[in-house]
Design a protein around this ligand. Structure first.
Ligand code: COA
Length: 255
């Protein structure tokens, strides 16, 4: 399992790097936020696939790769119009996107969040009792650990709901996140740490990491599929140095 991050400032100009389906989908998106996020996830996805299969990262090569969606919304990859035997998951937050790639992963999910304030109402409405206790335990560490915990739990739920293919159609309390220890939540650069998510499919294993203000979670369907902590693909952005951006606010409607 490997991963790569991209920032929206480096999205290629023009549309040569998109395939026809992607180009039409992007053109149909009127809101800048939706379109930019879609393109950013495509750029991260294509770059990750290119790095993983040994294609160059230029517009012509990226245009041969299509990151398409099954009816559930889950992503899959084609190269030159043929399905690639590679599993992917895509996520973006605040101007940055991550793609996770691997073979024989089966359904896999990743989700990127930022450490931001979460209200007591968010915690009681969307988190289970045990998750609320986890957030409270992290809160006792002081600093940003409470908010890191609330956002991490949210992120791991989204990753697990991507594995289940339901996304946020499901009640977020139907999956429950647990960590073996909360202490790493107090650190701004903690490397990969284990997590688990209890679901209708059983307890799914995962990893989480914090890079500056960004939190990334990964969840897989089994310990075999999850394997070792994901390795960074060459050429990706460094999230530890990344600033969240909200460029769409200046121009809500796309051209
Ligand atoms: C999965 C979901 C929770 C992610 O939302 P989010 O956290 O705001 O967004 P992220 O950036 O983290 O993830 C978006 C990516 O999740 C993936 N995704 C979407 N639905 C998915 C699903 N059911 N299963 C697995 N992955 C899914 C897609 O790759 C998507 O990016 P893309 O559309 O550019 O390919 C949300 O998209 C969802 O609830 N989807 C299911 C319901 C739905 O409306 N489906 C639309 C069918 S087309």
């Amino acid at each position: 399992m490997r991963w790569l991050a991209r920032g929206e400032a480096t999205i290629p100009a023009g549309t040569d790097w998109l395939d026809d389906v992607e180009r039409r989908r992007a053109a149909g998106m009127r809101y800048t936020k939706r379109r930019t996020e879609y393109l950013l996830r495509r750029y991260a996805g294509k770059s990750a696939v290119a790095a993983a299969v040994g294609l160059p990262d230029d517009p012509a090569a990226l245009g041969r790769i299509a990151v398409l969606n099954a009816p559930t919304g889950a992503p899959y990859v084609q190269v030159d119009g043929r399905r690639l035997a590679m599993d992917v998951s895509l996520t973006d937050r605040a101007g940055w996107a991550v793609c996770l790639v691997g073979t024989d992963l089966g359904a896999v999910g990743c989700d990127l969040e930022i450490v931001e304030p979460r209200s007591p109402g968010f915690v009681t409405d969307f988190l289970t009792g045990d998750e609320q206790a986890l957030v409270a335990a992290a809160g006792a560490l002081g600093g940003q650990a409470r908010d890191a915990a609330a956002n991490l739990v949210w992120s791991a739920k989204e990753s697990a709901l991507k594995v289940l293919r339901t996304g946020l159609r499901a009640d977020t309390r139907t999956v429950e996140v647990a960590l073996p220890e909360v202490a790493p939540l107090a650190r701004a650069a903690a490397g990969w740490n284990p997590l688990t998510v209890a679901t209708v499919l059983g307890v799914l294993p995962g990893w989480w990491r914090r890079d500056g203000v960004f939190l990334l979670t990964v969840v897989a369907g089994s310990a075999d599929a999850l394997g070792e902590p994901p390795a960074a693909l060459p050429g990706g952005a460094d999230l530890a140095a990344a600033e969240p951006v909200h460029s769409w606010l200046a121009r809500p409607l796309a051209d």
